[in-house]
Design a protein around this ligand. Structure first.
Ligand code: SF4
Length: 351
């Protein structure tokens, strides 16, 4: 029977060597260079070089990925841990990630896999079929592409997602939202739900702390909703970087402008990776951010990494307590046919 490796990323001696699989979403350029169109960096890559994500290499004038069917981390998680609170609550998601990322966030909490680059990349030899069979055996309702940015293993995502759908599973995609429009065209119909990080509301933050850009992320949140993908948004509040009341309000206002029904997850910062000298986010800031979310018209605001986790879903119309969560465990679940049983208001999500 297929044994799912359980988050063995630190046991480097057991993993397989790098191998290559032809990538999608690229075009040839003069002198055997290529351009990758998977994410908004649109890297121009010379022969023998990797793109910014460190997992896509120009080999002799064609683009290859070295993480196809090579996950570094696989485990069965509650879907609430992604976090997705309004998508099949109470179910489990077989969650997988590979090496590499198209961002270089100084506060990354999975830097031991996401910041691996180039020839140092490794992974378990695990087929798409094995993962889908494993998810079915484990009683999961979905497969989650997570831990690192899934666009860097988009070929692996799409091939697994198609098999997963045939097996009756859903696909959820946890992302920094930096895909291109072309990538979204491929995700449509294959990905059922997304959690997109909206890390801040300034280009300064994205450029200096993530080596990315804000604008494509905003466009992709709008795009994903317009394409009918179920979307939730997460923001990690970092002291002195993105936690002013004005910036929090801008984030909440933007999300509400796309849809008031998008659940917003506000998360508390803990020192990590290269950002170890910052203090934890003050609890009063998290509490105030939650209030601002509601003031700006959002219907569902949740807080993470805090002792008072206000993770109960209430009916936005009558206030009825509908879904009670204890950390990542589902307690009470009263949504009936997608509606509040007390007043009949439709509760946004997939239940
Ligand atoms: S996926 Fe990687 S190689 Fe492709 S554009 Fe993004 S960072 Fe560059």
């Amino acid at each position: 029977m297929f044994q799912i490796p359980v988050f063995l990323s630190r046991q480097k001696t057991e993993v397989m060597k790098t191998s290559f699989h032809e990538a999608i979403l690229w075009e040839p350029l003069p002198e055997k260079s290529v351009r990758c169109h998977a994410c908004a960096h649109r890297c121009e890559i010379r022969v023998g070089q990797f793109g910014i994500c460190g997992t896509r290499k120009n080999v002799g004038g064609a683009l290859f990925t070295n993480v196809y069917e090579r996950p570094l981390a696989v485990q069965s998680d509650p879907i609430e841990k992604k976090p997705l609170f309004h998508f099949l609550p109470g179910t489990r998601a077989l969650s997988l990630g590979t090496a590499g990322c198209n961002f270089h966030c100084t506060f990354c909490q999975n830097d031991d896999i996401s910041q691996l680059r180039g020839e140092a990349v490794y992974g378990y030899d695990t087929s798409c079929r094995q993962l889908v069979n494993g998810a079915v055996e484990k009683g999961c309702g979905s497969i989650a592409y997570t831990y690192n940015e899934p666009v860097v293993f988009i070929e692996f995502v799409l091939d697994t997602a198609k098999l997963a759908h045939r097996a009756g599973l859903k696909n959820v995609y946890i992302s920094n939202g930096f895909e291109t429009e072309e990538t979204f065209a491929l995700l449509t119909g294959n990905i059922d739900a997304m959690n997109i990080d909206l890390k801040a509301f300034t280009e300064r933050f994205y450029k200096t702390l993530c080596k990315g850009l804000l604008q494509p992320v905003l466009e992709n949140i709008r795009r994903a909703v317009a394409l009918g993908i179920w979307v939730e948004v997460t923001t990690l509040l970092i002291p002195g970087e993105n936690d002013s009341e004005a910036e929090i309000r801008e984030i909440a206002r933007f999300i509400a402008s796309v849809s008031s029904d998008i659940p917003w997850h506000i998360s508390r910062f803990f020192p990590a990776y290269k950002m170890t000298s910052k203090p934890l986010t003050h609890l009063s800031v998290i509490q105030r951010a939650s209030e601002i979310g509601y003031e700006e018209g959002l219907h569902y605001v949740y807080t993470g990494n805090v002792p008072f986790e206000s993770n109960t879903t209430r009916c936005p119309h009558c206030g009825e307590e509908l879904i009670v969560r204890h950390a990542y465990r589902l307690g009470k679940m009263k949504v009936e046919n997608g509606c509040c049983p007390r007043c009949g208001t439709k509760i946004a999500g997939v239940f």
